[in-house]
Design a protein around this ligand. Structure first.
Ligand code: SF4
Length: 200
């Protein structure tokens, strides 16, 4: 591939990413920022331990530990992607809805590796099927089209990731304080972009 073709692919990539960011803002998020997963999305072992020792939802949802991807798996997965979009909002349900919608739109635009991480435990069912699991039985998610692991449930250090992207985040001392929710919904693969360009 010539240098000129490479440059046009980079330009195409950037334009697409910014168009998806604009779309996310129109859908209601406060901000949408393009990040490089390998350098700007951080994973750590301690994150999962914070779920296990401190969160009452541990083991209560198929999207939470110990069922969600380990930090090691998430790290390997992130390194397979060239770009991600980090969404920022103050309303949990709205940010989740935007992330799901954006994942679908990015996928349908030809980026077949699009995958959304959400935030917080999955609340699509009153009680997750995992709560009624009997020893040795296998249970299936009732809404696998909507259920996605939270960033933190998959071992992503959300504080370090948001700060590296220049977005606000701090430890809140009570539920009355403003909350900041993040999720990187649309991961765009280099291969996906090349495929799209060649098909155009
Ligand atoms: S959609 Fe329902 S069954 Fe699936 S993870 Fe969420 S709560 Fe559990």
């Amino acid at each position: 591939m010539s240098q000129k073709q490479h440059e046009s692919l980079d330009e195409f990539n950037l334009q697409s990413l910014h168009a998806f960011c604009d779309e996310a803002r129109r859908m209601g998020v406060r901000d949408a920022v393009v990040v490089a997963p390998a350098r700007q999305v951080f994973t750590a072992t301690w994150v999962r331990l914070r779920c296990q020792y401190g969160c009452s939802e541990y083991g209560q949802h198929l999207t939470c530990p110990p069922y969600s991807p380990t930090p090691e798996t998430t790290r390997k997965m992130l390194d397979e992607y060239e770009s991600a979009i980090l969404l920022h909002g103050n309303n949990l349900d709205m940010v989740r809805d935007v992330a799901r919608a954006l994942e679908a739109n990015v996928f349908l635009a030809g980026y077949y590796k699009a995958f959304a991480f959400l935030c917080g435990p999955c609340c699509s069912c009153k009680t997750c099927v995992i709560a009624n699991q009997r020893f040795g039985t296998r249970v299936a998610c009732r809404h696998s089209d909507k259920a996605r692991p939270a960033m933190e449930a998959a071992g992503i250090d959300v504080f370090a990731t948001a700060r590296a992207a220049g977005l606000p985040i701090k430890v809140v001392g009570s539920v009355e304080e403003p909350q900041n929710y993040y999720q990187p919904p649309a991961r765009i693969s280099n291969t996906g972009i090349f495929l799209k360009v060649f098909l155009v």
